[in-house]
Each structure stands twice: as C-alpha cells, then as structure tokens.
Design a protein. Structure first.
Length: 95
C-alpha cells in the first residue's frame, strides 16, 4: 500500500520536482537570519548571494573585509550552529 502524504511541507521537502523551491527557501532562510546571527554587522555588510553552500557578503570597508576573511571559519561555524546543519561551507567577501 502506498503511503499517503500528510503535509504540503513533506511534499516540498521530499519531491524532486520541488528542488528549485527548496533552493529558494534555503536562500531566504540564510538572508532572513543573517542579522539575527550577526546583529553587530548590520549597516556594514549585506548578504548578497547564496549558492550551493557558498555565501557571498558585500562589505562596506576594506579593514572589516579583512577581519571577516580572517575569521571566516568562526563565522561559518556560528551560522551552521544556528541552523543546526552545514548550510554554509564557504564565505566570499566583496565590496
């Protein structure tokens, strides 16, 4: 007997046809939570792009960009701890 789907969320999460929807939802989750994770960066950086585990962040000043690059692993760990999964594998910084 075939299992009956119990929720729309389950369909979106498991059906291969919803692959693009899952990607968009993951991007939005990253963008929405970024400043909850790093409130001190508000006004200085902007999460710009997220694709296949790579988050690109626009930074308004070169010194901050260097500091963030130096602490990239800490930022990644903090984000992945927040999301309880390895969503972010790399961060790229741009101006």
């Amino acid at each position: 007997m075939k299992k009956i789907v119990t929720s729309v969320g389950e369909v979106i999460q498991n059906d291969p046809a919803f692959h693009k929807v899952r990607e968009v939802m993951e991007k939005e989750e990253i963008y929405e939570n970024f400043f909850l994770i790093f409130p001190e960066l508000a006004g200085h950086v902007l999460p710009d792009k997220y694709d296949k585990g790579v988050l690109t962040i626009k930074v308004d000043n070169p010194a901050l960009k260097n500091e963030l690059k130096f602490n990239e692993e800490l930022l990644i760990n903090k984000m992945n701890t927040w999301f309880k999964s390895d969503k972010v594998k790399q961060i790229k910084f741009s101006r």
